[in-house]
Write a protein that binds this ligand. Structure first.
Ligand code: GLA
Length: 395
């Protein structure tokens, strides 16, 4: 699959630039087992990189001041001068890249000319973090070919900064971290407060994580993501005013939250209660995963869906239906909406022998109800961003 993507991107490079690329890079999307919306609230998350990628074909152009991109999937090009200050533009995909350049420039590092063609197997707007792969992939490339000496953590933070400043989405760090730090067959337990992390063997003992794409597309610039963050910030402000001695959001408890309930109002209260519960669930899920208690992991996923749907209110009719119906299938231990919400994929924990039947039944029901053909992704947990060497394939 990667070979096909690399060949396809190589062809795109040839047709855009009439020359051969010198380097290839693969930047993966991610899943998240549990820990939704807690990455900007001092929580823990359990993401992993997957075998869906943006492939970049790259050529460094000495004595040039121009950075040129060809986005094969949009059939669009974009260039900018690396010695000038950049501002956001109309082409959304270009903003993720300009934001990275801007963050690199602000850190005092210099880059030269480069030509890049890229193409993706990560579906856009499906909650699999194609934007984080684009940002971090570009940061990784610049670091590698211009010897910028940035650490992996810095690359992830540059990706996040790009999203904040040029894409306008106040995201947490989970997606960028997973794309950079992913490891084959390993789930990352990330403390989003300190960025400390550990890897867990993803041994699901006869069960698999299968993604059902509702094909309800979203972009977090308009989805309500930033509104949720504002609701949460409103609650946090009151909590810290009342309890200044508490260091991290995750150290507040339910009775403290109850004390500020009237002051913050019901919406903020609901958002914050979801967050405190979700932070607790991630710790339980990590324990369940490490002890092979897959059934309990499934229960926690279901609780998360309930919270995302009723307390954090980032689900939608299509995903609620999909999850509810999936849970009626044989061999399904857990199902929930995944990622920022407002559409995208559900992540489902299903016994291997029941997967085909569940897919068939849910596809039919979903089509009947909404007239939409859902998509199914059976992803493998994979390595983070890496250079793809020429000798790994034959063009
Ligand atoms: C999006 C954001 C992440 C995270 C998730 C929800 O993917 O980019 O930072 O907040 O939503 O968990």
């Amino acid at each position: 699959m990667q070979k096909h993507l690399v060949n396809y991107t190589t062809e795109a490079f040839r047709s855009a630039f009439q020359s051969e690329p010198d380097f290839f890079f693969l930047a993966p999307g991610r899943i998240n087992i549990i820990g939704e919306h807690v990455d900007y609230s001092d929580g823990f998350v359990l993401p992993a990189a997957i075998d869906k990628y943006i492939c970049f074909a790259v050529k460094k152009i000495d004595d040039s001041e121009t950075c040129t991109f060809f986005a094969k999937d949009f059939n669009e090009s974009f260039s900018f001068n690396v010695n000038q200050k950049q501002i956001p533009v109309k082409q959304m995909w270009a903003n993720y890249l300009l934001g990275v350049f801007n963050a690199v420039q602000e850190s005092g590092k210099k880059i030269g000319g480069v030509q890049i063609a890229f193409s993706s197997t990560i579906p856009m707007g499906s909650g699999l973090s194609s934007s984080a792969a684009l940002e971090c992939g570009f940061a990784f490339i610049l670091n590698q070919i211009f010897g910028l000496n940035l650490s992996k953590k810095e690359l992830a933070l540059i990706g996040q900064k790009s999203e904040h400043t040029f894409a306008g989405v106040k995201c947490g760090i989970m997606d960028q971290f997973a794309s950079v730090f992913g490891k084959e067959q390993q789930v990352i337990m990330l403390d989003c407060n300190t960025l400390d992390h550990q890897y867990f063997e993803a041994n699901l003992d006869g069960y698999s994580l299968v993604l059902f794409d509702s094909c309800v597309k979203h972009t977090h610039l308009t989805s309500g993501y930033n509104d949720r963050r504002n609701d949460v910030d409103h609650g946090k402000k009151a909590l810290w005013k009342r309890f200044p001695e508490v260091e991290k959001f995750r150290d507040f408890n339910f009775s403290m939250l109850e004390e500020v309930r009237t002051e913050i109002g019901e919406t903020s209260f609901k958002r914050c209660i979801y967050l405190l519960k979700e932070i607790g669930r991630v710790e339980k899920a990590a324990k369940a995963l490490s002890e092979g208690n897959i059934e309990y992991l499934g229960e926690l996923l279901n609780e998360t869906h309930h919270g995302l749907s009723t307390e954090f209110e980032v689900s939608c009719e299509e995903l609620d239906f999909m999850v509810e119906e999936t849970l009626k299938e044989n061999g399904v231990l857990g199902a929930r909406i995944m990622g920022g919400g407002f559409g995208g994929c559900s992540i489902n924990l299903i016994k291997d022998e029941n997967i085909i039947e569940a897919i068939e039944n849910i596809s039919i029901k979903y089509k009947e109800k909404f007239g939409i053909d859902m998509k199914v992704y059976r992803v493998k947990i994979s390595d983070g961003i890496r250079e793809y060497k020429r000798n790994e394939f034959i063009v």
